[in-house]
Design a protein around this ligand. Structure first.
Ligand code: FES
Length: 99
């Protein structure tokens, strides 16, 4: 099932915070591709939208660890991966796939 989370498409390189069934998530456009992930750093529970996009990763503002936008892979072995979602755009609306 697809759930609409935004009525606008994020601008290239920006993260837009929103919610998915009460869960904080963000959507970003990076190099022309859409990504969506939980808006919570797995390290210490801070919003990842306070950080920035570097290459194909989101970098947390608190300790600087980063997470792959496509896979959620953490830059540190001892930090959990970021939860990612399948996302699509239809016209200007953004949808996330939920099981
Ligand atoms: S809280 Fe994000 S890297 Fe530490």
């Amino acid at each position: 099932m697809w759930i609409k989370v935004l009525d606008i498409s994020p601008k290239e390189g920006t993260m837009v915070a929103t919610t998915l069934d009460g869960i904080k998530v963000f959507v970003t456009m990076n190099n022309g591709f859409l990504y969506a992930a939980e808006n919570r750093c797995p390290h210490e529970d801070i919003e990842l939208t306070l950080g920035c996009i570097k290459g194909n990763r989101v970098k947390c503002s608190l300790h600087g660890y980063s997470f792959d936008l496509a896979t959620g892979d953490s830059s540190e072995e001892y930090v959990d991966n970021m939860k990612t979602y399948i996302v699509k755009q239809k016209n200007n609306e953004i949808y996330i796939k939920v099981p």
